[in-house]
Structure formats: structure tokens, C-alpha cells
Design a protein around this ligand. Structure first.
Ligand SMILES: Cc1cc2nc3c(=O)[nH]c(=O)nc-3n(C[C@H](O)[C@H](O)[C@H](O)COP(=O)(O)O)c2cc1C
Length: 336
């Protein structure tokens, strides 16, 4: 168990032993990462980037790989199924000066898996090791980490074998999402697999799956002995989770933000998305809708308001909706 904020080392990178933000394509973009870092995420990772796409100078590369200071320490995540393309892609992304390069061996999406990348590599530890070795050689001093699942399916759990293979190939850490590919994101993460990996390898192990608050983070540390925890969906509309986790680790009391504070942060998140977007406000707002809905989760009347978030078409509408939402909560409080 961490206490008083220990540090861990991944290669030559020192990270605070609290919680990292998981890579999430379509969700954890630059603004999201900045928000989570502000509230204490120990580390962030880019959305996954296609190794082959980069080699063919995909237009989206620069947008996905550019790292601003506030996001660091940050990793760039690559996915692919060919060692030579992976090595080439690593050399290209080194120009963006990532703190870490991470290889995605956990993505369950058919579009990725059907090419042989993502969690398809769970079925081929030998190829996974070759890809890792090629990336490690190309990366020089920059540590290469690998993110895996517990296995492909319930009857082929092989995270330990995979972790050992990538460790032998030179990976500096392994992140384990305790679900099989077949589970996608359903069911619950199996922490015993993460513990088994921790017991089997010497490199740092990052535990991932179902962390939603300080208590569940402490449970992950306690039950698996992992070196760092990684939070994905628990940060939806909730960058505060990283502050909460730090308080839990340090044994301090933590008061969750009030609804007013949450709405202020939501509006700031939307403003930053508009400012950061290359597109006009109405497009940026479109992207921001789901985030707005997440910030309103878990309150009285939130189902209806979440629906209204999906109709937002300007920042001023978001301001009005936030004000109405706060008022509803205050009215309810005074009634009870
Ligand atoms: C919308 C979404 C996008 C994701 N994109 C990626 C990705 O690009 N790379 C990756 O390694 N994992 C990706 N994941 C998986 C997460 O990093 C994480 O392993 C998973 O959500 C389990 O953690 P959680 O229970 O804390 O959410 C994604 C998950 C979600 C929900």
C-alpha cells in the first residue's frame, strides 16, 4: 500500500504513486488530460494512435501526439501488429518527446482486433514480445510499457504469460486491465489476475479496472500489490477522483465538490474544449455534450438534464443549463 505519496519509477521516469489516467480514445483528449492532471493524475496517456497510420503520415498524428506541458508526465500509445511498423512509428513519435511510449494490447474493438492488433495480441505472446522488442530498440532511453487485458476469453487467461514475455522483451512496465477481451467493458475486473502478474514479474505493474473512488483505489492496491493504479471511466465528469484518491492514500478527509463547484468545472472544461478546438464553437460543443452529461450524473433529475446536454449547441446554452441544474438541486435541498 502506498502512503504519504511514494514515488515509483518506470525506466527513467518518476511517477507519484497515486493514480494515472487511462488512455481512452474519443474521451481522454488533451483538455480531459489537462483537467485530470490539474486534479492530481500522476500520469496521462494519449488516445491510441495507429503505428501504421503514423508511418503513412496520417493527418491526425500531430493532433494526437502533441504533448503540452500541463499533460506531462505523459505517454503516447501506439497500436499495431507488425514489429517493423511499430519500430518506425516509435521513431516518429519520439519527435513529440513523450515521457513514455505505451503499446496497446488490450483494445477489444473489432476494427482493431481484426487487423491482429490490440487485444488480438493476447492470443500471440510471441508476436507481442517481438513488437515490444522492436519498440524498445527504437525508443532508446524512453521507456516502453505495454497495456494488456487478463486474457482473450475466460478459458484462455494468460496475462502472466504475456507480462513475462513483454518483460523479457524489454518492457519497462505492464498495465493490466483485469477483464478478458470477450468481456469488453462488462462484468467486473478480476484483481486476482493483476496480483498474479505482480507476483510473476519484476517490472512495475499498473492495475486497472473499476476504480471509481478513493476506497476502490485502496482496494486495488491492497488486493493486488500493484505499483500504480490507472483510472478510466471513473474519471468521467469527475476529474476530482484523482484528488479524492490522493486524500485516501494520505489518510486525509476528503469533501467532494458541491454541485455549484462541479458545474463551474464543467463550464471550464467546455470552454477549454472550445478554445482548443480547430473547429467552430458549434462543433466543439457537439464533442463536449457527453462530458457535460457526465458532470451531471448522480443528481436529482439528472436523467432529464443529461438528455438536454445532448441538445446543447452553444456555450451560453451550457451556462444556462448549468444554472438551471444548480437551482434544481438547491430547491430540492430546501424542500427536504
Ligand atoms: C471510451 C473508452 C476508450 C478507450 N480507449 C482506449 C485506448 O485508446 N487505449 C487503451 O489502451 N485502452 C482504452 N480503453 C480502456 C481503458 O484504458 C481501461 O483499460 C478500461 O476502461 C478499464 O478501466 P476502467 O474500469 O477504470 O474504465 C478505453 C476505454 C473506454 C471506456
Amino acid at each position: 500500500m502506498p502512503n504519504q505519496m511514494d514515488n515509483i519509477k518506470i525506466g527513467n521516469v518518476t511517477l507519484e504513486k497515486s493514480a494515472a489516467l487511462a488512455p481512452m480514445a474519443g474521451v481522454a483528449d488533451r483538455v480531459y488530460r489537462l483537467m485530470c492532471r490539474e486534479y492530481g493524475a500522476a500520469y496521462t496517456v494519449s488516445e491510441m494512435v495507429s503505428a501504421k497510420g503514423i508511418c503513412y503520415s496520417d493527418k491526425k498524428t500531430a493532433e494526437l501526439c502533441t504533448i503540452t506541458e500541463g499533460e506531462r508526465p505523459m505517454g503516447i500509445q501506439l497500436f499495431g501488429y507488425e514489429a517493423d511498423f511499430m519500430a518506425e512509428a516509435v521513431k516518429i513519435v519520439l519527435e513529440y518527446n513523450p515521457d513514455i511510449i505505451d503499446i496497446n494490447m488490450g483494445c477489444p474493438v473489432p476494427k482493431v482486433v481484426n487487423t491482429g492488433a490490440g487485444s488480438a495480441l493476447m492470443k500471440n505472446p510471441k508476436l507481442a514480445a517481438e513488437i515490444t522488442e522492436a519498440a524498445v530498440k527504437a525508443a532508446g532511453d524512453v521507456p516502453v510499457t505495454v497495456k494488456i487485458r487478463s486474457g482473450w476469453s475466460a478459458d484462455t487467461i494468460n496475462a502472466v504469460e504475456m507480462a513475462k514475455a513483454v518483460e523479457f522483451a524489454g518492457a519497462a512496465a505492464v498495465a493490466v486491465h483485469g477483464r478478458t477481451r470477450d468481456m469488453f467493458y462488462s462484468g467486473t475486473a478480476d484483481y486476482s489476475v493483476i496480483k498474479a502478474v505482480k507476483d510473476a514479474v519484476k517490472i512495475p505493474v499498473i492495475g486497472n479496472g473499476d476504480i471509481t473512488d478513493g476506497e476502490s483505489c485502496l482496494r486495488m492496491y491492497r488486493e493486488t500489490g500493484c505499483d500504480l493504479v490507472m483510472v478510466g471511466r471513473g474519471s468521467y465528469g469527475n476529474p476530482f477522483i484523482f484528488e479524492e484518491i490522493k486524500a485516501a492514500i494520505e489518510g486525509k478527509d476528503y469533501t467532494r465538490p458541491t454541485v455549484e463547484e462541479k458545474m463551474q468545472v464543467m463550464l471550464r472544461h467546455i470552454r477549454l474544449m472550445i478554445e482548443n478546438s480547430q473547429k467552430p464553437e458549434e462543433f466543439a460543443i457537439h464533442e463536449a455534450r457527453k462530458h457535460a452529461a457526465w458532470y451531471m450524473n448522480g443528481y436529482y433529475g439528472s436523467a432529464k438534464f443529461r438528455g438536454r446536454c445532448y441538445t446543447l449547441s452553444s456555450y451560453s446554452e451550457a451556462e444556462n443549463l448549468a444554472a438551471e441544474f444548480v437551482q434544481l438541486q438547491l430547491d430540492r435541498l430546501h424542500k427536504n
